[in-house]
Write a new protein. Sequence first.
Length: 381
Amino acid sequence: MRSDIQIVIVDGPRSYFDEQLPGGDSKPTSLPRIARLVDEINRTLRIQPADGSNIPEVDRSSITGKIVYARSNDYASISEHVRLNFAEFIDEIEPRSLYLHNPPRHIREQIKSAFNDVQISAYDYPKISEENITRLMADFPTTVLGQEAAMSSLLASFQTMLDLGNEKPLVLLFIGPSGVGKTETAKLISRIMGGKLMRKQFSMFQNERFASYLFGGGLSENSFGHDLLDRTSNVILLDEFDKANPIFHSAFYQLFDDGEFTDRNYSVNTSRAIIICTSNYASNNDAREKLGVPIYSRFDAIITFGSLPTAVIKRMIETAVEERFEKNQTENATQLSKDRIIEKLKSQASQFHNARSIKRFVNEYISLLKIKSISSSVNIK
């Protein structure tokens, strides 16, 4: 193999990969495009001229000496023959430099084995810091209402990880009723840490497709390993983890223990990530019994979110009404009384149990009042 090819393997989100590509007047060419050009050349070489003359020489300048790149989704679009003989293919096209974004394991291994000077550039995901903890302490009470105990447990878990300097992920199980702030907490943590939250809704995987997603199928199929590699945030939310079939729990053992995840196509390191699993378990004992000790024991902390106090529900009602009026000023035009609506709904606070039901009811209630006001000019009763 040639030794003068600059080869860079880039691990991390696409935005980071794009930053590594040469700028200026350089015009990188995608690997799938090069592969298509090679196919066209090979087809030309296989066609014997009808007059029996020699096959004309082919200009290979269109495929050699280029800056070539492949993004993480490109590998599925090249032929299996190229993937299986990837190093030989790269040697054939003689690129000036090659940039590979999150390559599948077998391509990575071929490249590292065949070429001597392979650079690895890995994205440095944000980690827990004192500043993060301070921001969480300041923002949590106004973002997630009525969950002071959960906040204290969460802050303690973050401080422990920071103090011990653990490289393994911080793996948390959030338990409690639906709609009381578990998912919102994960979103808040991701906003503080930076990047777009990687969220996987496990209730969506209730069939055989989950096995393919989790353990890896064809490169053209979505997979958990690929999503981990492409993530922009070091906060990973496995929402409704309690909905996953227990037969798949073993797939998470190494991820939770060491931060390593391996499937059919990819190997991923998630050191110092924050992995949050949400559930509707009523208590620690309930979670231990239904999850089973092997997976339950791998959580670093169980964070309990309680039912919402009436005072918090009333605050949520007031906030939901305020937001509705701010977003749609026509409520004022129809002479709806914001204060009367708030008082009316606060008197029914005992009917509500979570933030979702409050927002849904507030929007429906105001919409019905608005329709009634427009059509018959009847005041609120």
